[in-house]
Design a protein around this ligand. Structure first.
Ligand code: NDP
Length: 331
């Protein structure tokens, strides 16, 4: 039998956490043959609720779940973890300036970075979900210099999955037959959902999405806007932000990273830019990646048209600004 993997979820008493932890305990993230020990962290204010989540995990009697560490102590939470999913963050409250929110998150991510660096298992993989996700991941990287940059990522898989969903709805095809959309850039409304390389499996072979949809106005307009603003649409409908889809996408992100992407398929991940596609090096930016043996690699050589170029640059500009703002909060 496999040794259990230790999976940290921060902000575990929150909405996404509540949807995420049962998925992990059922093997959705790491596979149905991989036992897990959950490490759940939250702040003292949420300690009682966190304990309630732990009670429910016990009550659910998940066969793969070999233990639950529920704590408000960052060091205890980070000790020995193989996977860290960072969902906890300071929410933007009404009337708060962007800089104030950034400042709160910089201090959270700074201290969690130090704890992960000192106490996590060697080769721990980190996924940041809490917003501003790309920049929180960058801060984490800066303050955990001994964690290789290839082990630090942020979530844009939800946006990627939303794009697959929109295409499948539009064409009335199975979502599992659509692949290779791309989310470029920031997990924010400046992201660029790109279908130029996406395909659909049909009885007569793989066909380009652009050809099948045959409506450039929709693809270049409403489609992009719908994916960019889907989070807000969910809040409007549910009076709460997306949680089940965020949790499910976080599982997809880690599963593909650890177990590999299928041949001929790429996914979107926010990763440390090496300057590919002329994206400034040193940003955490969402790229198309393939994964093999636990490592991701940016898909190279995709042609970028002028329309796309502008969008790649605009979201990079926003990330450079966020980075600059974050640095003014570091002291
Ligand atoms: P959620 O579980 O709904 O969201 C958690 C984080 O994920 C937020 O930053 C949220 O950003 C972000 N997020 C990223 N992508 C998405 C998406 N597609 N849909 C929704 N959210 C997304 O928040 P809760 O308030 O329910 O839970 C947060 C938990 O974090 C609480 O238990 C709280 O106690 C804890 N916390 C921990 C802190 C710490 O570690 N020091 C500090 C503050 C809170 P956005 O805000 O933009 O929606």
């Amino acid at each position: 039998a496999k040794e259990p993997a230790r999976v940290l979820v921060t902000g575990a008493a929150g909405q996404i956490g509540y949807a995420l932890v049962p998925m992990i305990a059922r093997g959705v993230m790491l596979g149905a043959d991989q036992p897990v020990i959950l490490h759940l962290l939250d702040i003292p204010f949420a300690a009682e609720a966190l304990n309630g989540v732990k009670m429910e995990l016990i009550d659910a009697a998940f066969p793969l779940l070999k233990g639950v560490v529920a704590t408000t102590d960052v060091v205890e939470a980070c000790t020995g973890v193989n996977i860290a999913v960072m969902v906890g963050g300071f929410p933007r409250k009404e009337g708060m300036e962007r800089k104030d929110v950034m400042s709160k998150n910089v201090s959270i991510y700074k201290s969690q970075a130090s704890a992960l660096e000192k106490y996590a298992a060697a080769n721990c993989k980190v996924l940041v979900v809490a917003n501003p996700a790309n920049t929180n991941a960058l801060i984490l990287k800066e303050f955990a210099p001994s964690i290789p940059e290839k082990n630090i990522s942020c979530l844009t898989r939800l946006d990627h999955n939303r794009a697959l969903g929109q295409v499948s709805e539009r064409l009335n095809v199975q979502v599992s037959d659509v692949k290779n959309v791309i989310i470029w850039g920031n997990h924010s409304s400046s992201q660029y959902p790109d279908v130029n390389h996406a395909t659909v499996k049909t009885p007569s072979g793989e066909k380009p999405v652009r050809g099948l949809v045959a409506d450039d106005a929709w693809l270049n307009g409403e489609f992009i806007a719908t994916v960019q603003q889907r989070g807000a649409a969910i809040i409007k409908a549910r009076k709460l932000s997306s949680a089940l889809s965020a949790a499910s996408s976080a599982c997809d992100h880690i599963r593909d990273w650890v177990l590999g992407t299928p041949e001929g398929t790429w996914v979107s991940m926010g990763v440390y830019s090496d300057g590919s596609y002329n994206v400034p090096a040193g940003l955490i930016y969402s790229f198309p990646v393939t994964c093999c043996n636990g490592d991701w690699k940016i898909v190279q050589g995709l042609p970028i048209d002028e329309f796309s170029r502008k969008k790649l640059d605009a979201t990079a500009d926003e990330l450079s600004e966020e980075k600059a703002l974050a640095y003014t909060c570091i002291n």
